[in-house]
Design a protein around this ligand. Structure first.
Ligand code: ATP
Ligand code: MG
Length: 546
């Protein structure tokens, strides 16, 4: 189980409820609707729900809110389970709203008996037209005063399949003049012939979320029902259901702000659109903010949790910079990822005075105390980055130039004696001499060299492809999220002809590396067996702590 240090207003409320004896223990639930894949916003919700329960020695259920059969699928249920486990949380019980369909139905009959619900024949459009506005009350339905007997008969007939979809509904009888529109006789059951992924065709009526959720919370013994701010206006209805049905103890709903991040799309609806329009390769595309995408990107779950905890749990809506998330990813990888070398745009380097091969030493992760070292074979034929050599170096250029010196990481200092050009004047090879006394950690050469560059052994290296990623959206703004025009159509760039250390090819797929002086990449294997290095995050921290 992942425990992350947090303190926030929700924990404060829970603590007070415990101290005042309002609750005996803490039970929460993480309530995804299985209509898509989880995204990073859900990590925040997990941190709140699982985190609060953990902190107070309570329990958190995984609650599938499956009251909307036309959009829900078992595929999504399985993906959600896998994603939560990967983030590092374990649920107490796995519960579905559909487990409670019978009880939820019985409670609706109870409301009818109490005169608190009625069958309404208005269409969805008519109901919405008669709901009123923020400044004007709504209009009562002409069916509002049906007797309990008539309502019960009609409701049972709805359940038995006597009426077409949408021709009737069950509404709570609350107050058409309430300043809160959610209390203006909300619909609590609708007729819908849709095969449910768990109950099949048993039901042709389904409860609405606002009505079913407080019941499901109560039946699970939820003490604190933690959800995002858009449900704040629904809390009076949540409470109305609990109070009217006599729930004791009644679960307490507390809302917190959603996590928003710049330069990306977050809502499931839009993520689905990206997948369906083929703008990404799938739900787990490394550019997606889905948990499957972040995992595939090579981001450690700990980085996601630390980021969400640092972004904070509060009541005020805000938008986090993409660079703030990257800051946590980099921190985590800097501490955990092994270092390796790959040359993305190779330039041939020949060490003219060197023959044979020898093992040089390379620190696996210099941030570790006593970092282990591994051996890298140095030889006569190498590759360096094109951009690490300059024919016309600007002032203070520390890398290689004609007649200049540079250190090859973990190996020797070399001097560039000769430059070979092709017919068009492009540099195709640099010919160097190495200084035998300059070997790293054994340097007696007395030479002071400012630049160190990475390299690979041309006789030992492996061909690779690099995949680089940028943000999905060009535009940072996080508004209504319509992304069509703001889409960065070049967010994926594939670079062929990369030369990598054989160590990278031998690593397990999924292993993250810091490619020296380049960025953090995840090792993968292409369908054709070729080594692929897939971008995780840059080396440079652009996040400014304010
Ligand atoms: P989406 O906006 O992706 O459609 P949703 O709210 O419909 O998300 P649910 O499956 O209903 O997704 O969400 C499960 C839980 O996660 C809910 O309690 C919801 O409030 C919470 N949640 C969803 N998105 C975020 C977010 N961006 N930040 C924090 N919590 C979120
Ligand atoms: Mg939702």
């Amino acid at each position: 189980m992942t425990e992350i240090e947090t303190t926030n207003f929700i924990e404060q409320i829970v603590k007070e409820d415990l101290e005042e004896g309002k609750v005996g223990g803490v039970q929460t639930r993480f309530p995804p609707e299985p209509n898509g894949y989880l995204h990073i916003g859900h990590v925040k919700s997990m941190l709140v729900n699982f985190g609060t329960a953990l902190k107070f020695g309570g329990k958190c259920n995984l609650f599938f809110d499956d009251t909307n059969p036309s959009k829900e699928k078992t595929e999504f249920v399985d993906a959600i389970r896998r994603d939560i486990e990967w983030v590092g949380y374990r649920w107490a019980k796995e519960v579905y709203a559909s487990d409670f369909f019978d009880v939820i139905y019985d409670y609706a009959e109870k409301l009818i008996h109490m005169g608190k619900a009625f069958v309404c024949d208005l269409s969805a459009e008519e109901i919405s037209a008669s709901r009123g506005t923020l400044t004007e009350p709504g209009k009562e339905s002409p069916y509002r005063n049906r007797t309990a007997e008539e309502n019960l008969r009609l409701f049972r007939e709805m359940k038995a399949g006597k009426y077409p979809d949408g021709s009737k509904c069950l509404r709570a009888k609350i107050d058409m003049a309430s300043p809160n529109i959610n209390l203006r006789d909300p619909v609590i059951y609708r007729i819908l012939r849709a095969t449910h992924h768990r109950t099949g065709d048993k039901w042709c009526i389904y409860p609405m979320y606002d009505y079913a959720h407080p019941i499901c919370d109560y039946l699970q013994g939820v003490t604190h029902s933690l959800c995002t701010l858009e449900f704040e206006d629904h809390r009076p209805l949540y409470d109305w259901v609990g109070i009217t049905l006599g729930f004791s103890p009644k679960p307490r709903q507390i809302e917190f702000a959603r996590l928003n991040i710049t330069n990306t799309v977050m809502s499931k609806r839009y993520l689905k659109k990206l997948v369906e329009q083929g703008l990404v390769h799938g739900w787990d595309d490394p550019r997606m903010p889905t948990i499957a995408g972040l995992r595939n990107r090579g981001i450690p779950p700990k980085a996601l949790l630390s980021f969400c905890a640092a972004a904070g749990i509060c009541k005020a809506d805000s938008v986090c910079e993409q660079s703030y998330l990257e800051h946590f990813v980099r921190d985590e990888l800097n501490a955990s990822a092994e270092r390796a070398m790959a040359v993305v745009h190779p330039l041939k380097m020949t060490i003219v005075n060197y023959e044979g091969e020898e093992e040089t030493e390379f620190a696996v992760n210099p941030t570790l105390e006593n970092s282990p070292v591994r051996k890298i074979l140095f030889g006569k034929n190498l590759y360096i980055e094109e951009e690490d050599f300059s024919l016309a170096p600007p002032p203070k250029y520390n890398r290689l130039k004609e007649g200049g010196y540079v250190r090859l990481k973990g190996a020797y200092i070399v001097r560039c004696d000769e430059v070979v050009k092709d017919g068009e004047g492009n540099v195709v090879e640099v010919r160097c001499t190495y200084i035998p006394e300059s070997r790293s950690n054994h340097d007696t050469s007395g030479l002071k060299v400012r630049g160190t560059i990475h390299w690979v052994n041309a006789d030992r290296c492996v061909d690779a492809v690099v995949k680089n990623y940028e943000c999905l959206l060009n535009d940072a703004a996080y508004d209504g999220q319509d992304f069509d025009e703001r889409m960065n159509r070049e967010s994926e760039k594939v670079i062929e002809g990369v030369k990598a250390e054989p160590y990278l090819a031998a690593a397990a797929d999924g292993t993250p590396f810091q490619l020296l002086r380049t960025a953090y990449y995840k090792k993968c294997t292409e369908a054709n067996g070729k080594l692929c290095l897939s971008f995780i995050v840059s080396m440079k921290d652009s996040y400014k702590k304010s």
